[in-house]
Design a protein around this ligand. Structure first.
Ligand code: G3H
Ligand code: ZN
Length: 289
């Protein structure tokens, strides 16, 4: 069932588990995510990025997610969220489309500009019964990792500063906060370690649900520790893309003459389901719906 994100996160806040926020790009990934959640009786967030909106159109992808959430999961709560909204227009469009939560990502802007953009988005969202996620600190990706390894950037230059996080929350009134604590976008298994000391220091100053982006490739034990320290939403994208496309490649290689897209895509849906089931067990949200 489609619910407001608050219904899911307020329960997670009171419990000792986190909610997976899984990125979808199409019908098949959405089916796999929802089937995984239903099989494990786990509340989840399904999130959509601006690039997916460009690819599929806001109306179409919103309908896919909301219709499947309503019909495929009658007992499992699912919330719809905008991931990495880069501007105010994206925020307004997704709220009009019925999202119960938006992420306004001003983390690349100077701090005061991030505060202003986030504050404007939060006010707009709250007037329309929508939650808003803000972000402080820079979450690295592939390029950032190279700089980090060459020692061209130091943790204090890109990770979330606890004092600044508290100031940001107080000035913007966000509902959830994305933090940079060693998490990176993409899979860099073995090179991605969470700075749990920093997370603890952030937690002492910020009592809101914290969001861990870039969780693909982060060790399950570190994820479990982060949940104990206040992480309540965990974003997974690359893992799903890999599962989907690896399965697709294998299916096509094994069945080079198959022309029925349903036959070709079904194993990829199953691969997504399996992965979502694995993640929600790690997050502790299995059985919570
Ligand atoms: O916003 C989406 C996530 O942070 C996904 O990160 O691709 O490393 O799983 P990931
Ligand atoms: Zn992210």
């Amino acid at each position: 069932m489609l619910v407001h994100i608050e219904d899911i996160i307020s329960k997670a806040q009171a419990g000792d588990y986190a909610i997976g926020a899984f990125n979808t790009q199409n019908l098949e990934i959405t089916l796999g995510i929802i089937r995984g959640a239903v099989a494990q009786h786990s509340p989840i967030i399904i999130q959509i990025s601006e690039t997916t909106i460009k690819y599929a159109s806001l109306k179409a992808i919103t309908h896919v997610v909301t219709t499947l959430a309503k019909n495929e999961s009658t007992n499992v709560p699912i919330a719809l969220h905008l991931d990495h909204g880069s501007n105010f227009l994206s925020v307004t469009e997704c709220i009009s489309a019925g999202f119960s939560s938006i992420h306004i990502d001003g983390s690349k802007l100077p701090f005061d500009e991030n505060v202003n953009l986030t504050k404007q988005s939060v006010e707009y969202a709250h007037d329309r019964n929508t939650w808003a996620q803000g972000e402080v600190g820079t979450i690295l990706g592939k390029e950032g990792l190279v700089k980090k390894e060459k020692n061209l950037i130091k943790p204090d230059e890109y990770m979330t500063d606890p004092e600044q996080a508290a100031d940001f929350v107080q000035r913007t009134n966000v509902d959830t906060l994305a933090v940079s604590i060693g998490n990176m976008h993409g899979i860099f298994a073995g090179q991605e370690h969470l700075d749990l000391k920093r997370l603890k220091a952030i937690r002492e100053k910020v009592k809101l649900p914290l969001v861990l982006h870039g969780a693909s490739g982060v060790d399950a034990k570190e994820v479990a520790e982060a949940i104990k320290l206040g992480v309540k939403i965990i974003n997974i994208d690359t893992d799903l893309r890999w599962a989907f496309t690896n399965s697709l490649r294998q299916t096509l290689q094994a069945n080079p003459t198959e022309t029925d897209p349903r036959q070709i895509l079904s194993p990829s849906i199953d691969a997504i389901q399996e992965l979502v089931e694995k993640h929600v067990k790690i997050f502790g949200s299995a059985g919570k719906s």
